[in-house]
Write a protein that binds this ligand. Structure first.
Ligand code: PLP
Length: 483
């Protein structure tokens, strides 16, 4: 350990990677210009040449896995290729050099872009209006539930406080429900991976505020009874919420608003190819139909005869702001570029290819891994390491780690919770047949290793910069600082 630390320490006193212009104010004025408590004689910073800094960060980045360096089939996360043209568009000075406090007259360009983006989202998903403020999917859920709550209060139904959620739901769903002071009611899935209709009928009542559903759900399966489900919830006086974090399978094919969902969020950092992960800024715009439109966050951008402007006063029932200023606008610019470069036909092809790729992988892998729901999937599917665990003591975690040795990012594991030893795979539309085949070959090879040499799988990874980590210790006692 000590040796590693010595190698890691690259600082050398007096070395530097900058040259500053000479001080052009009298030194005696500094005391006056800079408050005393902000002045430090010693700055304990590493001292390095530019080349050392560049190599340090470049080498660190290469130790990590990213969607630009390899296949990343992380189910329910849509880690697809992020086209570089989106980045080019978003870094134009016209977008980066503006300030949210500028006068509306000076920022008509970005206002028009945001206004048009809202129109595109309405057209793609069937809604009457959108808010672009939420910074993530979970934030979109919270925003939506706040609107649902405001809607019921407005109708004098303030005592409705239960939200029905299937047992396959994403973990953020029940968490968002609790955050607005509602209570999640979990209903079972049936043998086809759909909502159990009898269980749903028993769960709804005059205390139902709504239902939250992902369709296709986190098993990658489309619930064919969605119109009936919508009727049951609406007749009970509840609203339907669509978790559209991953809308890859349905773009241009079907629209959640047409299926009966009153409100929905969509992750631009998943479906619309903006960068994603490591907590980087995302965006989870929320679409609503007429029932919920009055409650949308403000300010909203409206079009007037003289141009685009922010409006607050026109929306007295609004839940207010859910983000400082207007959301993560730079993310929206990237998603705008993505939509404009693909067009309606291209977006539909996204869905067709995402579904085709997932079904191709599923068909190739189902001979080697247990497939709990054997029917055509949408953009993702869930297989299980149940056979490997029962026969050879190898778990989904081990298989995920072994994939790293073959140069692939592991799929999502142990989710959804209703499948034991789950491996949830989402290839996305941006991968070629060669990449899909290489991934299948690695998965099949690992299935064979489980039989012939299970230890090599259980002790994986072997080829990565660090070996198998104690993940519990890493989470409980993180050591993140270089002293
Ligand atoms: C990713 C995801 C979310 C949450 O989105 P964040 O941007 O991570 O907050 C919610 N639901 C589903 C189905 C998801 O896949």
């Amino acid at each position: 350990m000590t040796d590693d630390r010595l190698i890691f320490e690259k600082s050398s006193a007096g070395r530097k990677a900058f040259s500053l212009p000479d001080l052009d104010i009298p030194e005696e004025d500094i005391d006056e210009l800079v408050p005393k408590d902000l002045l430090r004689a010693e700055l304990n910073l590493p001292e390095l040449a530019e080349i050392d800094v560049v190599r340090h960060f470049t080498n660190l980045s290469r130790k990590n896995f990213g969607v630009d360096s390899g296949f990343y089939p992380l189910g329910s996360c849509t880690m697809k290729y992020n086209p570089k043209v989106n980045e080019e568009a978003a870094k134009s000075p016209g977008f980066t050099d503006i300030h949210p406090l500028q006068d509306e007259a000076e920022i008509q360009g970005i206002l028009e872009l945001l206004y048009n983006f809202e129109q595109y989202m309405c057209a793609i998903f069937g809604y009457d209006a959108f808010t672009l403020q939420p910074a993530a999917g979970a934030h979109g859920e919270l925003t939506s539930l706040m609107m649902i709550k405001a809607y019921h209060r407005d109708k004098g139904n303030g005592k409705r406080d239960k939200v029905i959620i299937p047992d396959s739901s994403h973990g953020t769903n029940p968490a968002s429900v609790s955050m607005v002071g509602y209570h999640p009611i979990v209903v079972k899935s049936n043998g086809r991976g759909n909502i159990d209709i009898d269980a749903l009928i028993k769960a709804v009542g005059d205390d139902t505020a709504g239902l939250m559903l992902t369709n296709p759900n986190t098993l990658g399966l489309f619930d064919e009874h969605i119109l009936g489900i919508a009727d049951i919830v609406h007749q009970a006086g509840g609203l339907l919420y669509y978790d559209g974090a991953n809308a890859n399978a349905t773009l241009g094919i079907c629209r959640p608003a047409d299926l009966g969902f009153d409100v929905a969020h969509f992750n631009l950092h998943k479906t619309f190819a903006t960068p994603h992960g490591c907590g980087g800024p995302g965006a989870g715009p929320v679409g609503v139909n007429k029932k919920l439109e009055p409650f949308l966050p403000v300010p909203r951008i409206v079009k007037t005869v003289s141009g685009f402007e922010f409006s607050i006063s026109d929306f007295p029932k609004s839940i207010g702001r859910v983000h400082s200023f207007h959301g993560n606008i730079n993310v929206i610019v990237k998603a705008y570029a993505y939509i404009r470069s693909l067009g309606a036909k291209g977006l539909k092809e996204v869905a067709e290819n995402a579904v085709l790729n997932a079904n191709y992988l599923m068909e190739r892998l189902k001979k080697y891994y247990y497939l709990p729901y054997d029917r055509p999937c949408q953009h993702e599917f869930v297989i299980s390491a149940k056979w490997q665990k029962e026969k050879f003591g190898v778990k989904a975690l081990d298989i995920a780690k072994r994939l790293l040795d073959y140069g692939f990012h592991p799929p999502t594991i142990y989710f959804p919770l209703i499948v034991e030893e789950a491996l949830m795979i989402e290839p996305t539309e941006t991968e070629s047949k060669e990449t899909l085949d290489a991934f299948c070959d690695a998965m099949i090879k690992i299935a064979q290793e489980c039989e012939t040499d299970p230890e090599i799988v259980k002790s994986a990874p072997h080829n990565t910069p660090v070996g198998r980590l104690d993940e519990t210790k890493a989470a409980r006692e993180p050591d993140l600082k270089w002293h």
